[in-house]
Design a binder for this molecule. Structure first.
Ligand SMILES: [Zn+2]
Length: 48
């Protein structure tokens, strides 16, 4: 299961919000977490 790099929870891939950054796919539990990641990708991208 994917882990949200922003809030750290695990969730079903079917429910994920997907965002690509540096050629890598990141999965988020919701659009709010995705927006936080987009603002500060360097802070969160190593959390997965
Ligand atoms: Zn989240």
């Amino acid at each position: 299961m994917p882990v949200d790099p922003v809030c750290g929870i695990e969730f079903d891939e079917d429910l994920a919000v997907i965002h690509e950054h540096d050629g890598k796919k990141f999965y988020f539990c919701c659009n709010g977490c995705r927006r936080i990641f987009i603002k500060k990708p360097r802070k969160y991208k190593n959390n997965v």
